[in-house]
Design a binder for this molecule. Structure first.
Ligand code: NAD
Length: 275
């Protein structure tokens, strides 16, 4: 079985982004945070560090875990109106009672570098230019980088979130894949996923995809990032047993994750250069 790493691709995307960022006024990304969740705070700090590495300014706008939905919405609107800010991202989770979908409507679609505004998803579905969520874009970039053919092939996506599964289904359809989307109510998951030539696992359930879920020789992309007891990360794919069946598999960590961050920054550099 082949391993499909993301680090090399992420490095190439970063190099390209560094050049794009240096070509005009310095791009600026604002990340709005309203949580005390350690993993999320770690993630936004890692974005800021990666941004600095490619010459993008990054402001962490921390509203605290008790922020009111109105305050979050107003902050997103203010940053969207700020001509010095080119990309606006809202980190989840949000405080109880705040709807990410509703609030993301306050992000200007031209600055919506993580494809969170429902307008961006709608435009994507309609085949119009829009920033896709960085994770969905990362899956496509990894498939292309490793030269996985999509035209006419059976692709199964496990997960229907607006962050990964739904936008990814549209991106795959645009490439003429035959797409099936599974979710928590899908009956007999293995009977569907085992028909896939390309299987994408994005459910957030450690080890959900076992050998019985995978067709011999299938390409398996593991989007899941589930924390382990020892402070590490594990995917949605039981990699040990799946490795014996699949043709190719992305590692966790080191697969989709690094490409996601790199593409978020590339989107920011592109947003800064929009006419
Ligand atoms: P989510 O909780 O919003 O959505 C999960 C989806 O999986 C839902 O549509 C649900 O119906 C489906 N699902 C849950 N249990 C299932 C089951 N037993 N069988 C079939 N389907 C099931 O999660 P999300 O935000 O889409 O994230 C999914 C995973 O991807 C998480 O592990 C998350 O941490 C990870 N993620 C990784 C990156 C990255 O850069 N690598 C970025 C974003 C999300």
């Amino acid at each position: 079985m082949k391993t499909l790493p993301g680090k090399e691709l992420a490095a190439a995307v970063r190099a390209q982004t560094r050049a794009e960022a240096a070509a005009g006024p310095q791009p600026r990304l604002a990340v709005v945070v309203a949580t005390a969740d350690e993993a999320s705070l770690w993630y936004v700090r890692s974005i800021a560090k990666a941004a600095a590495g490619v010459g993008i300014a990054c402001d962490l706008v921390d509203l605290g875990p008790d922020a009111a939905p109105d305050q979050i919405g107003e902050t997103l609107a203010r940053l969207s109106a700020d001509t010095n800010v080119h990309g606006v991202m809202m980190q989840t989770p949000l405080p109880a009672g705040a709807s990410a979908q509703e609030l993301a409507g306050a992000i200007d679609p031209r600055k919506d570098v993580d494809g969170a505004n429902p307008l961006s998803l709608g435009r994507l579905a309609a085949g119009l230019p829009a920033f896709p969520p960085a994770t969905a874009a990362a899956v496509m970039a990894l498939l292309d980088h490793h030269e996985v053919e999509l035209e006419g092939r059976r692709v199964v996506v496990v997960g229907r979130s607006t962050v990964v599964g739904k936008p990814l289904a549209h991106l795959l359809l645009d490439r003429n894949a035959t797409v099936t989307v599974c979710h928590s109510r899908t009956r007999d998951l293995a009977s569907v996923t085992s028909t896939a030539e390309v299987l994408v696992a994005a459910a957030g359930r450690a080890g959900l995809i076992g050998a019985a879920h995978v067709a011999p020789g299938a390409v398996v992309i593991d989007v899941g990032t589930n924390p382990t007891e020892d402070g590490g990360l594990t995917g949605d794919v039981a990699s040990g047993e799946v490795a014996a069946v699949a043709g190719a598999l992305t590692p966790v960590p080191g697969g989709v994750g690094p490409v996601t961050t790199a593409l978020l920054l590339r989107h920011t550099a592109r947003a800064a250069n929009l006419p």
